[in-house]
Design a protein around this ligand. Structure first.
Ligand SMILES: Cc1cc2nc3c(=O)[nH]c(=O)nc-3n(C[C@H](O)[C@H](O)[C@H](O)COP(=O)(O)OP(=O)(O)OC[C@H]3O[C@@H](n4cnc5c(N)ncnc54)[C@H](O)[C@@H]3O)c2cc1C
Length: 462
């Protein structure tokens, strides 16, 4: 590793002698390091927080994929040398268990531990001595990274970079225009709006007995609603409203290869049908207005509220700021690599039809730079760890010059594939409780509640 401590970095080191920098010590970044090691390469993992910091942010959530789909093969080979006891392959861990039983032991292996730099954020990646416009000698120039640790910046050189820094640090705003709606930032700062998947069960003072609006149509929104229903069992005064932009709800249309995830959709559908959760469709948020009675949410065709708390479970997007000086080939809408984007575009795909893919699909006009893991999917929501493990197996092969192995597809997607869901079957592993005292037939669709038109003032969802 070459570093400058503020002075110019060395320029005469052959790129091949430099490490491959992996950004992020999440499941995919650590798996990348394990594959690079097996290929005889020299990985260096730079992590902004602690090991598995992204996963730690949703520690309370039980994942939809069983252990056997959450482990990377090269990582398991490293762990096997340490006396590590593999978890039950059919069990479903929480985020906390994923860290404790897999990511932390993996990061502690003698092979990986010395190659980790924690508490260090990558703030910029470029080609050494070559701004984005410069062609001459570009491909031979090493990558140059600016990293920040406690406000002190250093520069590192790398032969290649695998950016597996995830997206959970950059949630989508509520505003339908893709930027924060007027009033949004103030409410977030005031502790009245939370992003992503807040642990509502651990914050009863914030949510119990309150009027809570959950926005978003994905599984994160459904998990939060399930937890809120559980809270409501202690405090029936808690009012729950679920606002979605479109009408593609529940994702229970039989095409989800993960039965636990499909079962969540089916159970939330029953909660709505039973009236435990009020549903508002066609909601495109335009403004959040705090009033003496609570927060009013203006949307294109009406108003919601007043409510006390808002949860914006509206997905995540990649932070591309550190990559501004690299020549990326990204789809302008999905912000995923050009060849991958059509396979995962949520405008086109409503289900998990993503074929396994690797270095070829993930390549950029900047040879030696790859996005991997959740970040490689850009704004598309359907990333699975298993897919990420296949990505980094292939990337490591490509970086080692084994193009045949890089092109080969070794991933076998979850058995049963598409269309294996029984909407009426409640999966025991699914954390969403039944609404107390109600048992709507699982086959019944919910009644969609369209909300009043503007400017009706303060229409309360009912
Ligand atoms: C709530 C939730 C549930 C999920 N459930 C499942 C599931 O059931 N099954 C499944 O297969 N997938 C699931 N996923 C999707 C995905 O597999 C996980 O998000 C997984 O953690 C992605 O791994 P990753 O390594 O790509 O990113 P992350 O786990 O997010 O790791 C990225 C790491 O990079 C670090 N980082 C970020 N920026 C920088 C920087 N500038 N410099 C240095 N380090 C940085 C972060 O601190 C973090 O530790 C779920 C995702 C979420 C959010």
């Amino acid at each position: 590793m070459q570093q400058s401590n503020g002075k110019p970095v060395m320029t005469n080191v052959p790129a091949a002698a430099l490490p491959v920098v992996v950004v992020g010590a999440g499941p995919v970044g650590l798996a990348a390091a394990a594959h690079l090691l097996e290929r005889g390469l020299d990985p260096l993992v730079i992590e902004a927080g602690e090991v598995g910091a992204g996963v730690a942010s949703w520690a309370h959530v039980r994942v939809f994929s069983p252990w056997r789909h959450n482990l990377d093969a090269a990582a398991v080979r490293l762990l096997a040398r340490t006396g590590w006891v593999a978890p039950d392959p059919g069990a479903y861990p929480t985020g906390a268990e994923l860290r404790e039983r897999y990511l932390l032991p993996l990061a502690a292996t003698p092979e990986l531990a010395p190659r980790l730099r924690l508490g260090t954020r990558v703030v910029a990646i470029t080609r050494h001595g070559r701004d984005k416009m410069k062609d001459a000698g570009r491909q031979q120039a090493p990558f140059e990274l600016v990293v920040d640790r406690d406000g002190r910046q250093e520069r590192l050189l790398a032969s290649a970079v695998v950016d597996a820094s995830g997206t959970v640090g950059t949630p989508n705003p509520l505003g339908a225009s893709g930027i924060p709606a007027p009033g949004e930032a103030r409410l977030a700062a005031a502790g009245r709006l939370a992003y992503g998947m807040p642990n509502v069960l651990a914050q009863p003072e914030r949510y119990t007995g309150r009027r809570v609006l959950v926005v978003g149509s994905g599984h994160s929104a459904m998990q939060v609603l399930g937890d809120l229903v559980r809270l409501r069992e202690q405090a029936p005064a808690t009012e729950l409203t679920w606002a979605v932009r479109g009408a593609d709800l529940y994702h229970g249309d039989g095409d989800d290869p993960l039965p636990a995830r499909a079962a969540l959709g089916a159970r939330v559908e029953r909660l709505v049908t039973a009236g435990a959760v009020r549903l508002a469709t066609g909601v495109e948020v335009e403004e959040l207005r705090p009033t003496a009675d609570g927060i009013l949410v203006a949307h294109r065709t009406g108003w919601l509220g007043p409510v006390d708390q808002v949860v914006a479970a509206t997905g995540f997007r990649p932070d591309l700021t550190p990559l501004a000086e690299l020549r990326l080939g990204l789809d302008p809408a999905v912000e995923a690599p050009n060849a991958l984007a059509p396979l995962i575009d949520p405008n086109v795909h409503s289900c998990n039809t993503v074929p396994p893919h690797g270095a070829l699909e993930l390549a950029h006009p900047e040879p030696g730079f790859y996005l991997a893991g959740m970040k490689s999917y850009g704004r598309a929501p359907t990333f699975l760890m298993l897919t990420g493990y296949e990505q980094v197996r292939s990337i490591a092969a490509a970086l080692a010059g084994d193009l045949e192995a890089a092109r080969r597809v070794e991933l076998v997607l979850p058995a049963g594939g598409a269309c294996s869901t029984d909407r009426g079957t409640a999966d025991a592993s699914c954390p969403v409780p039944e609404p107390s005292g109600t048992a709507a037939p699982a086959c019944c669709g919910p009644e969609i509640v369209p909300l009043g038109g503007r400017p009706a003032g303060t229409t309360v969802a009912s």
